[in-house]
Design a protein around this ligand. Sequence first.
Ligand code: DAH
Length: 341
Amino acid sequence: MKNRINKIKELALKEMSEAKSLADLEKLRVKYLGRRSDLTNVLRGLKDLSKGERKEIGEMANKIKEEIESGIRNQESGIKKLKFSNIESREKIDTTYPGEKIKKGHLHPLTQVRYEIEEIFKSMGFLTVEGREVEDEFHNFDALNIPKDHPARDIWDTFWLKDGNLLQTHTSPMQIRFMKENKPPLRIIVPGRVFRYEASDATHESNFYQVEGLMVDESGKITVANFKSAMAEFMKSLFKREVKIRLRPSYFPFVEPGFEIDVSCPYCDGAGCRICKKTGWIEILGAGMVNQKVFTSVGFKKDKYEGFAFGFGLDRIAMIKYGVDDVRLFYSGDLRFLEQF
Ligand code: DAH
């Protein structure tokens, strides 16, 4: 019996010294002191022993029980101490560790397209200039050969201001401002915000963006063919693929002849799809050879210069480029939409 008890002690002390965690110790507590442990059995069997043996074995077993208990406690506090002892080295802050990624904002899709367009024209030698949002009647209309009472004025539903000025209805007024200050040869584009007094729907907003273009040189130096190739180059760079260009006769007071330019649908290559409404062509800009009346209104001698001008909606280009079918989405501020660009 004594042997058995000593064996228990020996084993228990050995295993305890090897315990590495509080969980290990808990297992040992159950194993050596629990209800079903050897030692508990020994203590339970004391009643069957002779009186002399009972005293001797009982004392011995109880002593060992205490030793094991205090051994476990000591070991426990040792492990706890160890756990916190080197916490500084284990939990020290590494200031060079890369931080959590912060979600960054990005440019609005319309701004992205605007920058892209500016880059393309820059590579063709065009300077980007800006006009003004509050314009006067002379620059927005008269100088562009749209006199008062001319029915063409009705094309531009205008927000008039109390002081007689207006919100520019197109980016064309900057043609006038620029030519008053600069002599040809000149090549400019004018991105700008324009305003029209009309109801908004999927393809119209009362406030949108346009890009104007103007190239002027001495008479005979710029032809419709130059113009057509410049536009083809622009469309190709913009849509990143070969596209065809088509000119249709049209009317704008500040050009003569005037055209409307269509591009073969970059989505279906002209086969007909949802984007081009099954026509294979997308109407993209208004343009023409600058009307001599515009030149005389800025003080140039009639027939001394020649050039082309064009204007298109930036929103419209963005809609085509990204396949967006409602212009209002660009102004909605809806992040679920904007985050896709
Ligand atoms: N300003 C015209 C508009 O707002 C667009 C336009 C047409 C501009 C023909 C031009 C042009 O420079 O030549 O609808």
